[in-house]
Design a protein around this ligand. Sequence first.
Ligand code: UDP
Ligand code: MG
Length: 136
Amino acid sequence: MSNLEQTLSIIKPDAVERNLQEEIKNMFKKNGFNLINEKKIHILKSEAEQFYKVHETKPFYNDLCEYLSSGPIIVIILEKENAVAENRKIMGATDPKNADEGTIRNKYGISIDKNSVHGSDSVENAKKEINFFFSN
Ligand code: UDP
Ligand code: MG
């Protein structure tokens, strides 16, 4: 049965700074994702705080929001069958040290905080996150 989904990817500041966006986007394309919309933006810390609100009680929340707002990012709507899970698969584990060979975080991640990409973790959150960046 067909299950076409959309998910939100963010190429984080550490990857944009190293000019890895084309390589990462090519990985999405090679893995059968359609890039429906994308834009390069530089968000405010207050916007990062809103985006990562689910993590507000975590000890890493403040640093995470500082970081996501520290430089340009690329936000991308990805579409594919089972896009949410498929994107999580090619991203790899949160900590690049634990990310499987060939995943984005394995190839490009520097550390648990500078792990190069964000990906929605559920269909429901994907909808919210896409709306967050692409609703005008
Ligand atoms: N993060 C961190 N320290 C931690 C856990 C997470 O800096 O101990 C950062 C990391 O950049 C991660 C983000 O917070 O990508 C969101 O955490 P989450 O658990 O949602 O991981 P993800 O869904 O990005 O794999
Ligand atoms: Mg997450």
